[in-house]
Design a binder for this molecule. Sequence first.
Ligand SMILES: *[C@@H]1O[C@H](CO)[C@@H](O)[C@H](O)[C@H]1NC(C)=O
Ligand SMILES: *[C@@H]1O[C@H](CO)[C@@H](O)[C@H](O)[C@H]1NC(C)=O
Ligand SMILES: *[C@@H]1O[C@H](CO)[C@@H](O)[C@H](O)[C@H]1NC(C)=O
Ligand SMILES: *[C@@H]1O[C@H](CO)[C@@H](O)[C@H](O)[C@H]1NC(C)=O
Ligand SMILES: *[C@@H]1O[C@H](CO)[C@@H](O)[C@H](O)[C@H]1NC(C)=O
Ligand SMILES: *[C@@H]1O[C@H](CO)[C@@H](O)[C@H](O)[C@H]1NC(C)=O
Ligand SMILES: *[C@@H]1O[C@H](CO)[C@@H](O)[C@H](O)[C@H]1NC(C)=O
Ligand SMILES: *[C@@H]1O[C@H](CO)[C@@H](O)[C@H](O)[C@H]1NC(C)=O
Ligand SMILES: *[C@@H]1O[C@H](CO)[C@@H](O)[C@H](O)[C@H]1NC(C)=O
Ligand SMILES: *[C@@H]1O[C@H](CO)[C@@H](O)[C@H](O)[C@H]1NC(C)=O
Ligand SMILES: *[C@@H]1O[C@H](CO)[C@@H](O)[C@H](O)[C@H]1NC(C)=O
Ligand SMILES: *[C@@H]1O[C@H](CO)[C@@H](O)[C@H](O)[C@H]1NC(C)=O
Length: 385
Amino acid sequence: MISLTHLFIGILPIILAQDPTITTTSSDSTTVIDSTTVSSTQSLTAVITNTASVPVTDPNGVVKSIYDFLPGAGLNITYNLLTQISNTSEGISLLNLVSQGNISFLAPTDQAYQNVSTNITSNSTLLTQLFSYHFLQGVWGPNTTATIPNDTIVRTFLNGSEYHLPGGFSSPIVLSKQPKALLKDVGPFEVIQNSFGLITNEELSGPDLRIFVIDQVLQLPQKVNDTVIPTQPLFNNTNLLDPLIDSEGFTLFLPYHHAVGTMNFSVTELEQVLPNHIINGSVVYSTELLLENFTSAGGEPFLIEQNENGTFVTSGNVTALIVGADWIVSNGVIHVIDHIFLNTDVDQEAAESAYSVNVAQAVSSDVFFVRSVFKWGERGVYSGE
Ligand SMILES: *[C@@H]1O[C@H](CO)[C@@H](O)[C@H](O)[C@H]1NC(C)=O
Ligand SMILES: *[C@@H]1O[C@H](CO)[C@@H](O)[C@H](O)[C@H]1NC(C)=O
Ligand SMILES: *[C@@H]1O[C@H](CO)[C@@H](O)[C@H](O)[C@H]1NC(C)=O
Ligand SMILES: *[C@@H]1O[C@H](CO)[C@@H](O)[C@H](O)[C@H]1NC(C)=O
Ligand SMILES: *[C@@H]1O[C@H](CO)[C@@H](O)[C@H](O)[C@H]1NC(C)=O
Ligand SMILES: *[C@@H]1O[C@H](CO)[C@@H](O)[C@H](O)[C@H]1NC(C)=O
Ligand SMILES: *[C@@H]1O[C@H](CO)[C@@H](O)[C@H](O)[C@H]1NC(C)=O
Ligand SMILES: *[C@@H]1O[C@H](CO)[C@@H](O)[C@H](O)[C@H]1NC(C)=O
Ligand SMILES: *[C@@H]1O[C@H](CO)[C@@H](O)[C@H](O)[C@H]1NC(C)=O
Ligand SMILES: *[C@@H]1O[C@H](CO)[C@@H](O)[C@H](O)[C@H]1NC(C)=O
Ligand SMILES: *[C@@H]1O[C@H](CO)[C@@H](O)[C@H](O)[C@H]1NC(C)=O
Ligand SMILES: *[C@@H]1O[C@H](CO)[C@@H](O)[C@H](O)[C@H]1NC(C)=O
């Protein structure tokens, strides 16, 4: 049984130090990217290189700039591992995407690799997936990142295999930043996920490429059951999540374990209420929750509202506060809520119709990158008590 404190630490990044150059965090869910020592903007005009480590056409010189930057910044492991994949077919595909420019790269420090298994670093398929998740589509920085408690959802290049999302979109990461960075393109910003994060202070910045140094290797999105069960042990040793594991995309409103309180649920009862916690066929990040009316996998309407206290989701006669938004899993997204929906109603026709609409929309739409909604009213105030 995990404690409430542990849970909140898991979902609440609490930044302790205020000096951006020594920013630290008590959270195990935040990677802080500190760009206060912004280097003077370097011009990244076209330089085509034929060195063996760059087996890609690099019209914008982006790949060369990355290779040039890394050793000087002391990022030797990132440099070596990128070189290691650069002559494999997966690696070449990734670097060809990168070479087109308009990307950001979150480059881990040497120390960051301490916790990465050699099973990953010695396997070029897994290593390329890992790097795909550290390259972001678009040139991102603090001035294009929402302020806590809001999120910015940014697509990476991680796609395919178990990381499939509706519409063929790639897995995103979640960025957020401290209020003090609001008006300037400096100051820390953070990758929020279930892995540790601390300081960084090197940056390369240009029109086609931005490199931020991060002190943790990002964790790839996990399977839904691996993310859910530690937060809600009710699902442990049941097969209730199997349809989600195999799903082509979903949104799950997950009641954290205290949401259930002293209520007892049999597996059958849980199975009855679960569909009304799911949006089937649609991956709805916090940035999109208020833009549409959504229907549950049970065919029941969700009512989603926002006020100064946070974002609230109602199903049937229960209203829940979103206490943790945008937990990215391999084929969907989870928003953690503080109550369980007891709604057992099912409208099969409405459910099927919503599902077909969701699937059809997914093919033609992408997330709104920066538009954000309140995640919860007072992130940072919850102490877990
Ligand atoms: C990183 O690589 C550079 C250039 O190859 C080398 O000068 C430096 O000593 C290396 N640093 C570490 C910590 O290995
Ligand atoms: C790729 O390069 C690495 C290091 O230079 C080498 O060990 C490996 O054999 C090469 N792989 C292929 C497929 O050429
Ligand atoms: C690495 O792979 C070996 C052999 O497949 C396995 O025994 C070991 O548990 C793996 N280590 C990790 C950290 O996954
Ligand atoms: C690399 O990892 C993939 C995915 O886990 C696996 O299928 C493949 O067998 C691994 N390759 C090697 C050489 O271990
Ligand atoms: C850069 O990438 C972002 C994210 O994919 C996209 O929205 C934007 O239009 C791109 N900009 C250019 C100039 O291609
Ligand atoms: C945001 O940052 C980018 C990259 O440094 C810069 O080009 C752009 O002018 C900045 N925008 C604003 C509004 O400050
Ligand atoms: C999640 O499901 C996979 C099978 O898809 C299984 O291998 C794994 O053990 C499950 N994880 C947990 C925490 O039950
Ligand atoms: C799930 O059940 C297994 C035993 O079947 C137990 O070892 C594990 O600790 C449980 N996980 C949680 C999060 O309760
Ligand atoms: C959701 O439904 C309500 C009631 O039918 C309607 O007033 C509202 O405009 C809808 N919201 C959106 C975003 O479509
Ligand atoms: C927000 O919470 C406060 C304190 O619980 C309460 O007084 C207020 O009515 C709430 N605001 C709304 C719009 O519900
Ligand atoms: C809420 O709805 C559930 C079933 O949908 C019902 O069992 C319960 O009694 C209702 N609670 C209240 C307070 O109306
Ligand atoms: C978060 O987004 C909401 C909705 O766009 C906005 O009203 C609020 O001011 C934002 N909060 C911060 C801290 O930027």
